[in-house]
Write a protein that binds this ligand. Structure first.
Ligand code: FAD
Length: 377
């Protein structure tokens, strides 16, 4: 096979990640689920292997790969049955740090990019607040001019890597008009900035999710990321990368759930034959696989369109809605075919089922994505 996402370098990357998952993730994932976070040294090992900076500039230690290769990384990583680990990494590489990559000036990049790429500095991105999630522009956190710098106040909710990050890309209102929002770089130890407890969730248990509080946080002029008042547009741009990465999680999870279930139903005997020998079971699995493969093609088509510089907001919104719903259909069916075992915490399919739920909500809920699609016809 030699399509745009099956180039020889992609095979090397997939193999490297598969080895990392086998040796460094699968044996420890349960422990991380219990403690509620992924240890820092795991991310540093990913950094050392050159896997945290695939899309970033070589000047800072990155690999300057294109969007397709970056997606190969995200999809391969998402084959892990520990999606809490996967989202910890992908928020760092594909959702938070791209803000610096796209909008940072050379001084800001020189200061933070090398340690982001090495895994010594972990990043988070904070848009959501208690009163505004889907409606990003309704945020109330605000930054006012303070001398030549800024005074930041407000709070953020549901922030992935919130507890264990060192560096936060925070969106705040900088003017009265709806879209007058700017992005700020906030280091964890900045006075007035505090992190709440890790929130208790349904799934993604090894990913820490927190509330952030900004209480008169004084920031210098160097904290402004990109142009003043342009943060909303920067968020919308970065959300395209984020949504393709979330689609990769959905496709990776669906693929893994189907593999686990194929193995299980071939083995499991009922009424004198294997479950695979029941026509209804093998046909439904075949259909799920067909849908997953079709969605995967569409996902890589979207990444290829990014490399061509096309405007693909409508397609990415479709992709996010499609894959977020599909993965839930797949894991629920796969769990059903595991019978009672599928409801046991020791079964990977049970975790995949819990972990998949958020993929239809986070980073753009299905309904909101479909509105983005519809308004572009
Ligand atoms: C585990 C987890 C991790 C997260 N990580 C981060 C993070 O790192 N950074 C960050 O900034 N945010 C993060 N989020 C926030 C996440 O992106 C939001 O929860 C999501 O965008 C939905 O926003 P909301 O929760 O406010 O729901 P709401 O916006 O209140 O939506 C509630 C429901 O109403 C529907 N709805 C809303 N508007 C419309 C409409 N116009 N038409 C039809 N239906 C509509 C939605 O689809 C949804 O079903 C995280 C959330 C979770 C749960």
């Amino acid at each position: 096979m030699n399509s745009i996402y099956h180039q020889p370098e992609h095979t090397v990357l997939r193999d490297q990640i598969a080895r990392f998952l086998r040796d460094e993730v699968e044996p420890y994932g349960m422990q991380w689920e219990q403690q509620g976070y992924v240890p820092r040294d795991v991310l540093q090992r990913l950094g050392k292997a050159g896997l945290l900076g695939l899309m970033f500039e070589t000047a800072y230690g990155g690999a300057a790969c294109d969007a397709v290769t970056n997606l190969v990384f995200a999809e391969a990583l998402s084959q892990s049955t520990f999606a809490g680990f996967v989202i910890t990494v992908l928020v760092h590489t594909d959702m938070a740090s791209p803000h610096l990559h796209h909008a940072g000036n050379p001084v800001q990049k020189q200061r933070y990019m090398p340690s982001i790429i090495s895994g010594d500095c972990i990043a988070a991105v904070a848009m959501t607040e208690a009163g505004s999630g889907s409606d990003v522009a309704a945020m109330r956190s605000h930054a006012k001019r303070d001398g030549d710098g800024w005074l930041l106040n407000g709070s953020k909710l549901f922030i992935t890597n919130g507890v264990h990050a060192n560096l936060y890309f925070i969106a705040a209102r900088t003017g009265p008009a709806k879209h007058q929002i700017s992005m700020f770089i906030v280091e964890k130890n900045t006075p007035g900035f505090s992190v709440g407890r890790s929130l208790d969730k349904t799934g993604w248990l090894s990913s820490d999710t927190a509330e952030l509080v900004m209480d008169n946080v004084r920031l210098g002029p160097e904290a402004l990321l990109g142009e003043e008042h342009q943060g909303f547009y920067s968020l919308m741009k970065n959300l395209q990368t984020e949504r393709i990465a979330l689609a990769a999680m959905a496709i990776g999870c669906s693929t893994r759930a189907l593999q686990l279930t194929l193995d299980y139903v071939r083995e499991r005997q009922a009424f004198g034959k294997s479950l695979w020998d029941q026509q209804t079971i093998r046909q439904r699995l075949s259909m799920m696989d067909a849908k997953t493969r079709a969605a995967r093609q569409f996902m890589y088509h979207c990444a290829w369109s990014v490399t061509q510089g096309h405007d693909i907001v409508q397609e990415v919104s479709m992709l996010k809605a499609l894959t977020g719903e599909l993965v839930n259909e797949v894991v629920q069916t796969c769990q059903q075919f595991h019978g009672g075992m599928g409801y046991m915490r020791e079964a990977a399919i049970e975790r995949l089922w819990r972990d998949a739920r958020i993929l239809a909500i986070g980073g753009g809920a299905t309904e909101v994505m479909l509105e983005e699609v519809a308004k572009r016809y």
